[in-house]
Design a protein around this ligand. Structure first.
Ligand code: KIV
Length: 271
């Protein structure tokens, strides 16, 4: 007889129920097995295998270079660690913008080869056909509006989006289009808090914010930022829960000192 207790997995429907109940949704990024295991056991609702892996894990300046196969490598490592959270995987730049058939092929490859539970795409009305085609294959889709880093060369900077009326109006319309297309949730990145709250109130699907204030249905942060590992990155919206850069650097320096001074290993640390 099995003694394993069944873990109740988070589903897209539960996230929508949480919005209805007014319970906030927690989401963090992960790109590897060890980090994903800690985050999942802590009780997170959603793990995002973000294309921010391009910056955080590979050291690229933007999210553009990461490939579909690299996203699958990260996502499959995360999926192996997770018992409870919903795992959402970013479709990387260049894997869905061509046409809806290409988008579906990329989404299917991610789902088949990584075991992820949903995909995330950046954009509004211009990717409506792709979202609908992916959904027609039974793959849940999360939208992403506001500052969409895959379009950084169009924007020119990483500053707050939709401060002007025209862009705010278009964003509100796009959020409605994504809801009508069947997205189960929407990420809003770096837009005014008032506008984000207005979006969250105008649609029934959960809105998860990053730099979008507290009036939305949940929050997401890049894990390496909230742990203080990326100490040179300090946007106003970021709350740091640890200063891991300093702690890790101290530990590495102590280790180097101990090796050089022959303090490590001692008699108890050998066979
Ligand atoms: O790639 C990512 O980490 C993201 C979050 C910032 C929402 O898309």
């Amino acid at each position: 007889m099995s003694v394993h207790k069944e873990v109740k997995k988070v589903t897209t429907h539960q996230l929508q129920e949480m919005k209805r109940r007014g319970e906030k949704i927690s989401m963090l990024t992960a790109y590897d097995y060890t980090m994903a295991k800690i985050i999942d056991h802590a009780g997170i609702d959603v793990i995002l295998v973000g294309d921010s892996a391009s910056n955080v894990m590979a050291g690229h300046e933007t999210t553009l270079p990461i490939t579909l196969d690299q996203m699958i490598y990260h996502a499959s490592s995360v999926v192996r660690a997770v018992d409870r959270a919903l795992v959402v995987v970013d479709l990387p730049f260049g894997s869905y913008q061509g046409n809806s058939k290409e988008a579906l092929t990329s989404a299917i490859k991610i789902m088949k080869e990584s075991g992820g539970h949903a995909v995330k795409l950046e954009g509004g009305r211009e990717i409506k056909d792709s979202i609908e085609r992916i959904l027609s294959a039974g793959i849940p889709v999360m939208g992403h509006l506001g500052l969409t880093p895959q379009s950084i060369y169009k924007f020119g900077t990483y500053t707050v989006r939709a401060k002007e009326e025209e862009e705010a109006k278009r964003l509100l319309e796009d959020a409605k289009i994504l809801e009508e297309s069947g997205c189960f949730a929407l990420v809003l990145e770096k837009i005014p808090a008032k506008l984000a709250e207005q979006v969250a109130k105008s649609i029934t699907i959960p809105v998860i914010g990053i730099g979008a204030g507290g009036g939305v249905d949940g929050q997401v942060l890049v894990t390496h930022d909230m742990l203080g590992m990326t100490h040179e990155f300090s946007p106003r919206f970021l709350r740091r829960y640890l200063s891991l850069y300093e702690s890790m650097s101290n530990a590495f320096q102590q280790y180097i000192k101990d090796v050089k001074s022959k303090d490590f290993p001692n008699d108890q640390e050998q066979y």
